[in-house]
Design a binder for this molecule. Sequence first.
Ligand SMILES: [Zn+2]
Length: 238
Amino acid sequence: MSETIKFGDLEIPVARKSVKNVHLSVYPPHGKVTLVAPNGTRLEVVRAYVATKLAWIKAQQRRMKEQARETPRIFVERESHHIWGRRRLLSVVEKDEKPSVRMDHRRLILTVRPKTPTPKRNDIMQEWHRSLLHEAIPPLIAKWERKLRVKTSAYFLQRMKTRWGGCNPKAKTLRFNTELIKKPKDLLEYVVVHEMIHLLEPRHSERFMALMTEHYPSWQEARAELNALPLASEIWRE
Ligand SMILES: [Zn+2]
């Protein structure tokens, strides 16, 4: 029989697992709440715990709603863009030459041919994001192949709506969300480690958590930070 906890219009399904503590999560883009409770814990106890977290749940949901409303980038002068966790102001140069993107400490300089439409500007920027990720990811995979004593066969960059990465343990392939370009580099490494540990343990089991703790002790903080940072409007918008 499935259990749920209700607080006003908030309805939380309760999943039972052999875990030690209650795990409560709020997911983008709509602020969906999930709860995993230890098998033996009475529902009233779980409910009392959730009651202490209501303000936090509401705050998370509010933040996600605000992010969902964030306006999409249109690639104009002085628009802000995040690269590796740092905000930079866009500068657009119209020139009749091969389009390019350059970056310094404060600015992102997009050179496009005159009258280049927004979708095309977006394509140029996406392509540049991918090239930065293709520079950053292979050394991280090589590092963690050595540390974890695993082998990968390939990795792919992909725009994903709800996930930062993925792993196919049988094919030994990894997938990474191109949105990671907007996050600090150490969070990219956290996602790389997470997905590569799936080569040792496919499920988010206790063994998986133990391996994460062994190899990346601050994984919980990294996960929280990743989920707290602004998400791209073009991804989380419906
Ligand atoms: Zn995972």
